[in-house]
Design a protein around this ligand. Structure first.
Ligand code: FCB
Length: 440
C-alpha cells in the first residue's frame, strides 16, 4: 500500500522563525534582553524568507513537496489596533498565490506564538479581550485571503504557549504562575471559537483546526503507581484538555478553575498534530508546579541535539489516540534537531513508517508536514538547534540541501516509503525554477 491518493506532503514554518524583520511583536522585544536567547541570537534576518519566498518555494517544489504550511505575522497585518496594513496583506496574498501557482496546497496558521506588541502590552492572552482582538484579525484575514487557502490553523500549540510562557517563564511574557497559564488557555480557546465561527461564516468550505502539540507521557518506573498517576495527569492536562474543550464547546478541568466560558461544540474540521518526543515522568513531591512530575531521560535513550527522546512509536500512539476524535488528522509538525544530519534519515523513515502503520490500521491521516524546510530561528534556542531538511546560514543566506531532504523528496515523489533507499542528486538552491511537469 502506498499513502492515500492526494496525500499532502510538505514542510512547516512559522513567520517569526523564517521571515526576518519582524520587529513589531513580543518575541522581538523578548530577544533584546540578554540571557533570553541562546548565544544572544535574534530573529532578524532568520532565513530572509519574507523576501526570498518565491525561490524558496521553487526549491521545495523541486523536492517534490505538494503542500506547504506557513504562518501569517499578525503584527505585520495589524501593526496598530484595528488598522490593517494593505501592503502586508498584499504580500501574503502574493505568497499564497505563489504556492497555488506551483501546485502546492497552502495550510495557513493565523497565530504561531507571536503577539503584536500592542496586544502584549494590553495583557496578551491573559486579557479576555485578546480573544476578540484575535477574532477580528482572523475575520479580516479570511475576508482578504480566504479564497487562496482551504486549510487553516487558528492557533499553534496553545498548551506550549501556556507552559513555556506562563509556567516555565522561558518565553514571553516570562511568567511562572499556574493561574495565569490557565487564564491564557481560556482566552485562546475562546479566541479559537470566535475565529472559527467568523471564518466559517465567510468561507463555509474552509477546513479549520488547531495545531496540538502532543507528547507521549510514560511512567519512568512503570511498576510505581505514583509514576503512573503523574504520567496520566500530564496526559490529561497537556494532551487532552484543549481537544476535549473544543469537542464539547465548554471548558473542562483544569481550565474550569480559570473561567466557565462556553462556545460552539465541534469547532475543529481536522486535527493538527505536532509530534516530537516522549517524556518519561517520575513522581517527585518537589515538582509542585509541574503536577509533581519530574521528567527524566535514561542515559541510553536515543536523543536529538536538544536531548529530546527519539521515539517513533509515539507518533503511532498519538495518532491512534487522536482517532477517538473521529476527525481527519494532519501531521502539522514532526522533526528533529540534528545539525550533522546523521539521525534525520532514520528519523524520517521510522516516523513515516509509524504513520503508515497508523493509516493502515484505519486512522484518517491526510497529510504530513515535516518541521522544517530550513534551519531557522528556534525560539529560545536561537540558531543553535538545526531542524532543517535544508541547511540555512543566517549570515550568508546560503541554502544547502541535506541528504535527508533528498530522501524526503523521494518519499514525496513516490507517495510511499522507499523499499531500498537510492537518492537522486541534490538540486542546487540556485537552480532555475522547475517546469510544471516536474512535480512527479
Ligand atoms: C514546535 C513549534 C515550532 C518549532 C518546533 C521545533 O513546538 O511549533 O515552532 O519550534 O517545535
Amino acid at each position: 500500500m502506498t499513502f492515500p491518493d492526494g496525500f499532502l506532503w510538505g514542510t512547516a514554518t512559522a513567520a517569526h522563525q523564517v521571515e526576518g524583520g519582524n520587529h513589531g511583536n513580543d518575541w522581538w522585544a523578548w530577544e533584546q534582553v540578554p540571557g533570553h536567547i541562546k548565544n544572544g541570537d535574534r530573529s532578524d534576518p532568520a532565513c530572509d524568507h519574507y523576501r526570498r519566498y518565491a525561490s524558496d518555494f521553487d526549491l521545495l517544489k523541486r523536492l517534490h513537496q505538494n503542500a506547504h504550511r506557513l504562518s501569517l505575522e499578525w503584527s505585520r497585518i495589524e501593526p496598530t489596533p484595528g488598522e490593517f496594513s494593505q501592503p502586508a496583506i498584499q504580500h501574503y496574498r502574493e505568497v499564497l498565490q505563489a504556492l497555488v501557482d506551483r501546485g502546492m496546497v497552502p495550510l495557513v496558521t493565523l497565530h504561531h506564538f507571536t503577539n503584536p506588541t500592542w496586544v502584549a502590552d494590553a495583557g496578551g492572552w491573559e486579557a479576555p479581550e485578546t480573544a476578540d482582538r484575535f477574532a477580528r484579525y482572523a475575520e479580516r484575514v479570511a475576508t482578504e485571503l480566504g479564497g487562496l487557502a482551504r486549510f487553516w490553523i487558528t492557533i499553534n500549540e496553545p498548551t506550549v504557549i501556556a507552559y513555556q510562557g506562563y509556567v516555565r517563564g522561558e518565553w514571553p511574557p516570562g511568567k511562572r504562575d499556574l493561574g495565569a497559564a490557565a487564564r491564557a488557555l481560556v482566552t485562546m480557546v475562546r479566541g479559537h471559537w470566535m475565529a472559527y465561527t467568523r471564518i466559517k461564516s465567510l468561507h463555509p468550505d474552509a477546513q479549520i483546526g488547531v495545531a496540538h502539540h502532543l507528547r507521549v507521557f510514560d511512567p519512568a518506573r512503570p511498576f510505581m503507581p505514583q509514576d503512573r498517576a503523574v504520567a496520566a495527569a500530564f496526559n490529561r492536562v497537556f494532551n487532552e484538555t484543549i481537544l476535549k474543550s473544543l469537542r464539547l464547546g465548554r471548558l473542562v478541568f483544569p481550565l474550569t478553575r480559570a473561567g466557565s466560558a462556553t462556545g460552539p461544540a465541534h469547532t475543529q474540521d481536522f486535527i493538527g498534530l505536532n509530534y516530537y518526543a516522549r517524556e518519561l515522568v517520575r513522581f517527585n513531591r518537589r515538582y509542585r508546579d509541574e503536577l509533581f512530575g519530574e521528567r527524566v531521560l535514561p542515559a541510553d535513550a536515543p536523543r536529538s541535539d536538544l536531548n529530546w527522546e527519539l521515539y517513533p512509536e509515539g507518533l503511532f500512539r498519538a495518532l491512534r489516540s487522536l482517532s477517538r476524535e473521529r476527525l481527519p488528522i494532519i501531521v502539522t509538525e514532526n522533526g528533529i534537531a540534528d545539525a550533522a544530519d546523521a539521525m534525520r534519515p532514520d528519523f524520517l523513515l521510522s516516523h513515516l513508517g509509524a504513520m503508515k502503520r497508523a493509516i493502515q490500521s484505519g486512522v484518517p491521516v491526510r497529510g504530513y508536514f515535516h518541521w522544517t524546510c530550513f534551519d531557522n530561528f528556534e525560539w529560545a534556542e536561537g540558531y543553535s538547534a538545526k531542524f532543517g531538511l535544508i541547511a540555512c546560514d543566517p549570515a550568508t543566506q546560503e541554502r544547502r540541501v541535506r541528504h535527508s531532504a533528498r530522501l524526503y523528496a523521494e518519499i514525496c515523489r513516490a507517495n510511499d516509503l522507499p523499499v531500498s533507499v537510492e537518492l537522486p542528486p541534490a538540486p542546487r538552491a540556485d537552480e532555475e525554477p522547475a517546469g510544471p511537469t516536474d512535480l512527479r
